[in-house]
Write a protein that binds this ligand. Structure first.
Ligand code: G6P
Length: 609
């Protein structure tokens, strides 16, 4: 979490940094700050969003500077805890993304050495540590930074400007993403590529324990142990248009509406309808392992974990390979039973989620083959996996994930179908039909999106409901979880998702005439069972909102409200049933005047554990 931008060149550093921070606000937005070198270190920082910081910055002439948008870990979001931080003599300004895990021990040592702290952050401790190491070692400042970084445990992406080096920008990383943008006589550092794309398409991705020293003429990368490294310069494939709202009031709505296009992009060149097969070039290097795997594990967090659950149903159902899905945070800390015969699929939109990255590393250390299902090209997870399939959804900026979920499920469907084809676990006719049905999904999503107004009306009825229950079975159970998550994330309404039959073991006690119950009840192999569950809700006067298919009268007759989605194969139904739930959450949140793109306390890229 937290976003970092640094600039050195010929433009106004404040302008570049502030614009960049606005694009990085998805990473955190509880406070923001900026520093530039103008004789000394000049710092402006404040609680609140980057817009508030923008108003504070009047002098914009400096051409070296850095900034930060924060998601608080240590210390509440206020002006003092906002970054940048300095040491006691205010010689330099430091911004940080990550957690210094041993900050407490370090702080006690520094207090004993006479350091005085203004706030409660771990970052301020790092600033004082660098100052102390520099004072004691007396050598080059950059060496003091290196030595200090060797003393910390935890994660960091940092950038530093120093009043004695008006032509130098320092940056380093461990665990938290950081890249260097390489322009014409200008350079950038940033947590991702979005702040720099209008200036340059050339980037260098820093790896763990690397530090870059950038001057106006060039840059030099060394490890924090001072070993020089030659880094490849990568070409970005990102356009400005992709990260703007394109006429929509919110990124989330734009991204919901982008789903037909995103899924078509994801399928392109991979779903070979005429040949009745799937081609996933990114998996070729590990295909042998995948085909003989006795078991596949999946690790992910948040919405990506939900798509992993759909993946479990798909791979087990279609390719008949046992699958275990774990929260990445649980997987990593429980000495996972995984080894050279196993395959782990990690799913991550950002490719930077700390727990998912740690799960990947844990599995690799134990000899497993790791496959990534990632959106952000060049992200840490994408780079560290043995093989992978990019979901190609394009940048997802709204904090609540929408198009990444459907694109992840699309990739997992293709993996399942590819395995089914090669292992011959499906009758040829069903495989052929599934491939055709998958090809038709983008158009069917477009059909549902065209009925947005209907869902907006429904949202009006339930805008002030304090609780929601979401029920589904089989492939649609994970969709119930995702629907509930979407609603609570952006509208702050308490919502729970449940396998429909489990309702009887607890949640049924909550059902009365005030409880909206969203049921995912398409005409699938569990429809009769869903109908029984809907009867049970109705008998307790729950308010039934059904997501169903046209002509499903058994459901339509019981529901107070219904939204229909086109028919498809049971296995593909999550790609359709989730769409009305995304729209319902969006409209309810808008009615409640919530900030849907930047909901309170959340962040898009969770780079802390
Ligand atoms: C955060 C985001 C979610 C996302 C989750 C996992 O909680 O707000 O939208 O699903 O992290 O992120 P990842 O980037 O690994 O998919």
């Amino acid at each position: 979490m937290c976003g970092i931008v640094g600039y050195i060149g010929h433009r106004s550093a404040a302008d570049v940094v502030l614009k960049g921070l606005k694009r990085l606000e998805y990473r955190g937005y509880d406070s923001a700050g900026l520093a530039h070198i103008d004789g000394g270190v000049v710092i402006a920082k404040t609680k609140g969003k980057v817009a508030a910081l923008d108003k504070l910055v009047t002098d914009r002439t400096a051409t070296l500077g850095l900034g930060h948008t924060r998601w608080a870990t240590h210390g509440e979001p206020n002006d003092v805890n906002a970054h940048p931080h300095t040491g006691g003599d205010r010689a330099f300004a430091l911004v940080h993304n990550g957690i210094i895990e041993n900050y407490d021990v370090l702080k006690r040592q520094l207090l004993a050495q006479g350091h005085v702290f203004d706030g409660e952050t771990d970052t301020e401790v790092l600033a004082h540590l660098i100052e102390e190491v520099h004072r004691v070692s007396g050598g080059e400042f950059e060496n003091a930074v290196r030595m200090a970084l060797q003393q910390v445990t935890g994660t960091f992406g940092i950038a530093i400007v120093h009043r004695d080096f008006p032509d130098t920008l320092f940056a380093a990383r461990r665990g938290s993403p950081l890249l260097v943008g390489v322009g014409e006589h200008e350079f950038f550092v940033a947590s991702d590529a979005s702040p720099i794309i209008e200036y340059t398409q050339h980037v260098v991705y820093l790896d763990d324990d690397e530090m870059v020293v950038i001057t106006r003429n060039g840059y030099e990368v060394k490890t924090i142990r001072n070993v020089p490294i030659t880094k490849a310069v990568h070409q970005l494939a990102l356009s400005l248009e992709q990260i703007e709202k394109g006429g929509y009031p919110h990124f989330m709505l734009k991204e919901i509406h982008e789903q037909p296009r995103a899924i078509a992009d994801c399928l392109r060149g991979r779903l070979l309808v005429d040949e009745h097969r799937i081609q996933l070039g990114g998996l070729e290097p590990v295909m042998d392992k995948l085909l003989v795997a006795k078991r596949i594990c999946i690790a992910a967090c948040g919405t990506s974990w939900h798509s992993g659950l759909v993946g479990e149903y798909l791979i087990e159902g279609l390719a008949r390979i046992p699958v275990e899905v774990a929260y990445a945070s649980e997987f990593r800390y429980n000495d996972p039973l995984i080894g050279p015969e196993d395959v782990l699929i990690v799913i991550s939109q950002s490719g930077e989620t700390a727990d998912t990255l740690a799960a990947l590393r844990e599995a690799k250390a134990k000899g497993a083959t790791v496959i990534g299902v990632v959106n952000v090209v060049g992200s840490t997870i994408a780079r560290e996996t043995d093989a992978g399939v990019y979901i190609h959804a394009g940048p997802e900026i709204g904090v609540a994930s929408t198009k990444a979920f459907t694109a992840q499920v699309t990739v997992l469907t293709m993996i399942a179908l590819m395995l089914a084809e090669r292992k011959k676990t499906l009758p040829a006719a069903r495989l052929k039909q599934l491939i055709r049905d998958l090809h038709d999904i983008p158009a069917k999503i477009a059909d549902i999106l065209a009925r947005d107004a209907e869902i907006a009306e429904l949202a009006k009825v339930f805008t002030y409901a304090p609780n929601f229950l979401y029920l589904g079975r089989s492939y649609n159970f994970p969709v119930a979880l995702e629907g509930a998550l979407k609603l609570k994330e952006i509208s702050y309404i308490h919502a729970e998702g449940y396998p429909a039959a489990e309702m009887k073991h607890g949640p049924i006690a909550l059902i009365d005439q005030h409880m909206p119950v969203v049921v995912l009840a398409t005409s699938d192999h569990v429809n009769d069972k869903m109908v029984s569950n809907i009867e049970e809700v109705r008998a307790r006067k729950g308010r039934i909102i059904a997501v169903t298919t046209p002509g499903n009268d058994a459901v339509l007759n019981l529901a107070e409200f219904a939204v229909t989605v086109p028919e498809t194969d049971d296995a593909l139904s999550p790609l359709l049933t989730v769409i009305p739930l995304q729209l319902l959450s969006y409209h309810i949140a808008i009615n409640r005047k919530c900030d849907v793109d930047q909901p309170r306390n959340l962040a898009k890229s969770v780079t802390v554990e």
